[in-house]
Design a protein around this ligand. Structure first.
Ligand code: ZN
Length: 128
């Protein structure tokens, strides 16, 4: 029996050799599929089950893909976007009324703060 599992795992390793495998984007895809499945369970709307299937097929396709640079690039893009999403609750984004420059200010729990635009030096007061 042990030998059977050993051979099975060797076969699997041979099958996966040269293929991309899993990464953070794939984990996120699988979690998304689970969320769609849970939504489907509660709302019973076939669209969620359909979306879940598409997401899983895409995740499996990425795992078995031999185009490793392309998959790596996708994962890097995902990590960049995810990093920005994670930062959102910690910052306010304001736009300078003078030069339209975007200014990122850390949240301070409703304090009034004078913000100076780094581009044109215009100042304005905001509650952040
Ligand atoms: Zn400005």
């Amino acid at each position: 029996m042990r030998n059977f599992f050993y051979r099975l795992s060797a076969k699997f390793n041979r099958f996966m050799a040269g293929r991309y495998g899993s990464d953070q984007l794939n984990m996120a895809l699988l979690i998304t599929a689970i969320v769609f499945d849970i939504l489907n369970l509660f709302i019973g709307y076939y669209v969620f089950s359909f979306l879940s299937t598409i997401v899983i097929v895409f995740a499996v396709f990425r795992m078995l893909s031999r185009n490793i640079p392309r998959r790596y690039e996708e994962n890097q893009k995902f990590l960049k976007i995810w990093g920005r999403i994670k930062m959102l609750p910690k910052f306010h984004i304001y736009r300078c009324k003078n030069c339209n420059q975007k200014i990122r200010v850390p949240r301070k729990g409703g304090k009034r703060v004078e913000i100076r635009c780094p581009k044109c030096g215009n100042t304005f007061i905001k509650r952040i």
